[in-house]
Write a new protein. Structure first.
Length: 138
């Protein structure tokens, strides 16, 4: 794949050099006959199109590489944030399960008779305030 890129670079440089040589040739033909001038400009237009495509390739490749590097950096950061969020979710679920277990034990022992009802009320309010999470965790 690297050889293909090197060939493209070499071809682009050759085309740009040819374009510059044609510009110089046209400059020297400016005082010649109309036929020579018109034929030269016809050829120049063709080479110019290819030369501008080569220049676009060089500049566009650099811009796309920078964009790709920035996107990869953002993806790495997002992946790290996702891992942290997943860890926090696991911890929160475990804490919730531990709390439910402890409250069930306390309620069964009669230590807090109204505690379970209060927790149910708080849970209902949280489900109203955050319905997107209530659907995922009934």
């Amino acid at each position: 794949m690297a050889a293909k890129g090197e060939i493209a670079n070499a071809f682009g440089i050759v085309v740009l050099v040819a374009w510059l040589l044609l510009v110089l040739a046209l400059y020297t033909y400016r005082a010649d006959t109309e036929i020579l001038w018109s034929r030269s400009t016809f050829i120049f237009g063709s080479v110019e199109a290819i030369a501008f495509a080569a220049a676009g390739y060089f500049f566009g490749r650099e811009v796309n590489r920078e964009r790709a590097e920035k996107s990869e950096d953002k993806a790495r950061i997002a992946q790290g944030d996702l891992i942290i969020a997943q860890r926090d979710l696991i911890i929160a679920k475990q804490n919730g399960q531990n709390l439910r277990r402890d409250l069930t034990i306390l309620t069964r022992r009669g230590a807090a008779p109204n505690l379970l009802q209060g927790l149910t009320d708080i849970t209902g309010k949280a489900q109203q305030d955050f319905p997107e999470h209530a659907a995922a965790n009934p």
